[in-house]
Each structure stands twice: as C-alpha cells, then as structure tokens.
Design a protein around this ligand. Structure first.
Ligand SMILES: [Zn+2]
Length: 345
C-alpha cells in the first residue's frame, strides 16, 4: 500500500462538485499503473486495462466529500454557508475550516457560543465562518460565492492499523479501486477493467452516471463505506453485525446481483480472507444505484469498507480493511478473465 499517496488524498479538499485537485492527483498517480488513463469533462478519472477485450468490468469509488459552500457574506465580513451532502451541522461550531478558493486555501473559524452549542436544531444557514475579514468587501477580495469548505483536519494513525480523518468516505474507495486495477494488471487479468474515481456521489450522482453511460460495462462494483455496529448506540437490526478491522463487507439487498456476490465470496475464499455481510432494503445510497440503471441496465454489487462515525470529522477505518479490499477486488478483476454466467437459472 502506498500510504504516503493515500494520506495525501485524504488531506486534499474534494467537496462534491469541486474535486479537480484530487482527481488530478489520481490521474498522475495512475499513469504508469494502467494501460490507459482518461479524464472526462466532469473530472472523473478512469484507469483502464485491456481495452480491446469483450467483457467489461467497472469499479467505482467516489472522490468527492461532504462539506460546506459559501453562499453569502454579511456586512461584518462573516461567511454564510449551505450544506453540501449529509453533514452533521452541530459538529462545525468551534472548529477550524479550510476554504478552497481559486487562489488557494484560506483558513476560517466557525463561530461558537453557549447559545449555539445548546441548539440541537442548528441548520447550515445558522453557521458563520470568521476568516478575519474587516468587512464584506474585504472578505470578497479573497472568497467567491460558491467556494467550498471542509474541516481543517488531517489524517492520523491510531492503534491496530486504524486511521482517523474526515471523508475517508469515500476517498478510501477511490484509492482502493485504483490500486486493485494496478494489482490486477500485475496478476495478468485479461478482462477489460475500468476503475473510476467518480465526482458528485454525495450530491448529484453525475460522475457515476457519466462514466457508466459511456463505458457501458457488463457488470459494475461500487466501492464505498458502510456503517458499523462496533460503536455506541447502534442497533444491529439496522446495520448488521459489522466491525472495523474484520474485512470487506458484501451487501445483500433487492438490487444487488446475487451471482456477483457469489463470485466475490469465491475470490475471498481463494485468498483465505475473512469478509463480512450486511443486509439492506431498497437502494444502497451509493454510485451502484446510479450505474445499475444506466444503458440497458447493469448488474452490480457493493463492496464496503467498514467505517465508524460516517460523515463526521473523525471517521475511523482500518488500513488492513483497505488492503483486503484491494486484494479482493484485484482477484475479482482476474476472475472476470472468464466471462461469468449471471443468469439466475
Ligand atoms: Zn460514500
């Protein structure tokens, strides 16, 4: 695992719709690891192996993260915001943020007070970001409406291969699909392999739609994070019995293809790898739902990285799970060298 590159990705701002800086890093990183690397108009980066083969497998991890967008500036120079994706608004007051402007990052502090701290119903429109501006005019010299912001946090290593940081969801997934493709190349897969770091999953799903519509894969796998039951107040009836550090998670739900799950299980068995299973109703809430419904319809599966405290600035995951996901998905690319029969009977 290239930890330095992974941690660089996790330290880069990529709020949904503004993923360009991060996508360019992935584009550069994959140049010598794939047969071809492409970028489209949205900034989706797709790495490709064996472009001439008949059976196409597409794996997607989303490069975007949740955050804030600057919507207005008050006369005293404080920034007002709206939310991008499913943030926990109450986690912002009292914390530092990075604002990504066209001239680079500037830093801000999210206003807090006893009254704000007591407000459990706090909305994004209640937040105020102090950038030290003298007034509105001063602030607008540095910040443009539509600029995005995230917590000013970095990734840290913890005990037992655990890491903590913001937006491991789903920059871990974007990293995993790329490394899985690089590994599959070394293992000599002959399937057409596509790995994409998608834009927009937390908001519009446009990255997955553009990519799957254009690639027209035979099957696809979404690689994202999932909730675990190994922390306070979680009911296993909602999440299943899922823990950080116990391996990749395969999902059973009405839209996920059972034969693809069987293939994933066979790959795990071959690798002697422990995997976990979650069950969910309806849609998965991932790029998988979008890719599934493109073109003439695409069978899909979901491989998830167990994650504590999803959408908080201190998400916790495991590097061991990340490596297991890479190995499992590389093996899956290899097993697709033989076209699988996906008809249920
Ligand atoms: Zn996600």
């Amino acid at each position: 695992m290239n930890k330095a590159f992974l941690f660089d990705l996790l330290s880069t701002g990529s709020v949904s719709g503004s993923e360009t800086v991060l996508e360019k890093k992935i584009y550069d990183y994959m140049q010598d690891k794939a047969d071809k690397v492409e970028v489209d108009e949205l900034g989706n980066v797709t790495a490709i192996l064996n472009p001439e083969a008949p059976f196409k497998v597409l794996m997607a991890g989303h490069a975007d993260e949740i955050g804030l967008m600057i919507t207005a500036v008050s006369e005293d120079g404080m920034l007002k915001v709206t939310r991008i994706g499913g943030i926990y608004t109450t986690t912002y007051p009292g914390h530092k943020v990075r604002i990504y402007t066209k001239n680079g990052v500037i830093y801000g502090a999210v206003a807090n007070s006893r009254n704000i701290a007591k407000n459990a119903e706090l909305k994004a429109s209640d937040l105020r970001i102090d950038i030290g501006a003298k007034d509105k005019e001063d602030a607008l010299r540095y910040v443009e409406l539509g600029d995005t912001a995230t917590f000013d946090t970095d990734v840290r290593e913890m005990l037992n291969d655990c890491i903590t940081g913001r937006a491991l969801d789903d920059r871990l997934g974007a990293y995993i699909v790329m490394e899985a493709l690089a590994e599959a190349k070394k293992k000599g897969t002959t399937a057409v392999c596509y790995s994409v770091s998608t834009t927009g999953e937390e908001t519009t799903g446009n990255g997955a739609y553009f990519t799957a519509s254009r690639v027209k894969p035979n099957i696809c796998i979404a690689v994202d994070v999932t909730y675990t039951s190994d922390n306070c107040g979680i009911d296993t009836a909602d999440t299943g019995d899922i823990s950080v550090g116990k391996g990749p998670v395969i999902c059973n739900n009405p839209s996920i293809h059972k034969k693809l799950n069987e293939l994933l299980r066979a790959c795990a068995t071959k690798l002697n790898m422990e995997i976990q299973t979650e069950a969910a109703n309806g849609r998965t809430g991932t790029d998988g739902d979008t890719m599934h419904q493109t073109g003439i319809g695409v069978p899909f599966a979901l491989v998830s990285i167990p994650l504590r405290y999803m959408h908080n600035p201190d998400e916790v995951g495991s590097l061991k799970d990340v490596q297991d996901c890479i190995d499992l998905l590389a093996e899956f690319f290899v097993c697709c060298s033989e076209t699988p029969d996906l008809k249920p009977f």
